[in-house]
Design a protein around this ligand. Structure first.
Ligand code: C2O
Ligand code: CU
Length: 452
């Protein structure tokens, strides 16, 4: 059953009821299962795994420079950890089981996370243990670190994009890390939700200026969103400021784990509707939701291009003196898969070797604290891979043969393409480098980078 089938029979739901920017400071995340209506009242509610009772979990909001302190309590029947995606934090707080901390035990385990937040931007949190299943069942949430001087907007909104694989009774299909998914594009679901429900319309008032923070929390799905009748401006990617630029009809492409901050100048006529279309997979484009203008008279305001956000205090890599390494990603269907006799259930390789999830493995790279590095990431496969490095923010200096200049923590490698990333190895510890298609990560596509 696809999303359309649900939509045809489902009741309309407005976007974003579950996420609000309440100022209440969250001090605790409690993992437990809950029932949530993902697909509307015409279908049964779905049993999902949650932080504090909802998927996505609560929106955590801090100011730049503040300290995060959160106690995690795990009621679920599986062990877990929390990884704070994109944040530059001490290694012991990174949430990688067996590498940076012991797992948080099932049925009552606890762990306290505490660290400073040096960088403003849009981030998120999710488990780093059994993540294909744990994220696939709903464990993720947004983490916003506000700039000292945020751009002036009428509303600051988050869309957590995720997809689910549901059966006819709207139950999650428990086929996690199947050979078919893991050796191809990953577990792409049949139901896309925004903030934990199938969206129908997104209401705005003419003249509004909206900051829209897109977070791709899906296991494997890539989004390419176009906002018909609108020209969104991209102001940040993966939490890091970019030179503001209008998207001029081009889709905003957000791979798994990536984030995009947009400024949406709402110039439509009162009473009109406009589609937001996800056309990343061309033959399978669909309408994500409709923007609907209320009948209220337009706010009397002129739009001016958003100013560039203040950069985060990330060290500039010294490209002239950087040490270079080449990392090749291989395997997958139509590629050179590891021998199934020796590496049963592992389909992907990093520099020729597959790594089992959380196997204790040697560091792939040993980096010297304080030095600049350029990593050439080579995708020798027929599939997309969003490659994520923990504990650092890097500069993408080229992608698919084109020069780039963006900062990020996750770079999307197109099939049979390459990218170069540069960064200063200024955060000591053992850091994961892995594909954020979670089924690829779990079946070999990960490695450890040691900074010492
Ligand atoms: Cu968002 Cu290692 O992950
Ligand atoms: Cu991958």
């Amino acid at each position: 059953m696809d999303r359309r089938a649900f939509l045809a029979s489902g009741a309309a739901l407005a976007v974003a009821p579950r996420i609000s920017f309440s100022q209440k400071r969250i001090k605790k995340l409690r993992l437990a299962s809950a029932r949530q209506s993902l697909v509307g009242a015409a279908h049964p509610a779905t049993e999902v795994w949650t932080y504090n009772g909802t998927a996505p979990g609560p929106l955590l909001r801090f100011r730049q420079g503040e300290r995060l302190r959160i106690e995690v309590e795990n009621i679920l029947p599986v062990e877990t950890t929390v990884h704070w995606h994109g944040l530059r934090l001490p290694n012991a707080m990174d949430g990688v089981p067996h590498l940076t901390q012991p797992p948080i035990a099932a049925r009552g385990g606890r762990f306290a996370y505490e660290f400073d937040l040096p960088d403003a931007g849009t981030y998120w949190y999710h488990p780093h243990l059994g993540s294909p299943e744990q994220v696939g069942r709903g464990l993720y949430g947004a983490l916003i670190v506000e700039e000292h001087q945020p751009p002036a907007v009428d509303r600051d909104l988050v869309w957590v994009l995720s997809d689910w694989r549901l059966d006819r009774e709207a139950r999650i299909v428990p086929d996690f890390v199947s050979r078919m998914d893991a050796s191809h594009a990953g577990r792409i679901g049949n139901t896309v939700t925004v903030n934990g429900a199938i969206p129908d319309t997104f209401e705005i008032r003419a003249g509004e200026c909206i900051r829209l923070r897109l977070i791709n929390a899906s296991n494997a799905r890539i989004y390419g969103l176009t906002f018909e009748g609108h020209t969104p401006w991209l102001i940040a990617f993966d939490g890091q400021p970019v030179e503001p630029r209008p998207l001029d009809g081009k889709p905003v492409v957000v791979g798994p784990a990536q984030r995009a901050d947009l400024i949406l100048d709402c110039r439509g006529e009162p009473g009109t509707s406009h589609r937001v279309v996800d056309g990343f997979y061309r033959q399978r484009a669909y309408e994500l939701l409709k923007i609907r203008y209320t009948d209220a008279s337009p706010l009397p305001k002129a739009f001016s291009p958003p100013p560039r956000l203040q950069p985060n205090p990330v060290a500039q890599p010294d490209l002239a003196r950087a040490e270079r390494s080449r990392i090749a990603f291989g395997g997958g269907m139509m590629g050179t898969m590891p021998s199934q006799r020796e590496h049963q259930g592992l389909f992907w390789t990093v520099n020729g070797k597959p790594a089992a999830e959380h196997a204790h493995h040697e560091a792939l790279l040993n980096l010297k604290l304080g030095r600049s590095y350029v990593l050439e990431l080579v995708n020798d496969t027929a599939w997309h891979h969003p490659i994520h490095l923990h504990g650092h923010v890097f500069k993408v200096i080229s992608r698919g043969g084109k020069e780039a200049r963006e900062w990020g923590d996750t770079v999307l490698l197109d099939p049979r393409s390459r990218a170069e990333i540069a960064f200063v190895a200024d955060n000591p510890g053992d850091w994961m480098l892995h594909c954020h298609v979670l089924e690829h990560q779990a079946t070999g596509m990960m490695a450890v980078v040691r900074v010492a």
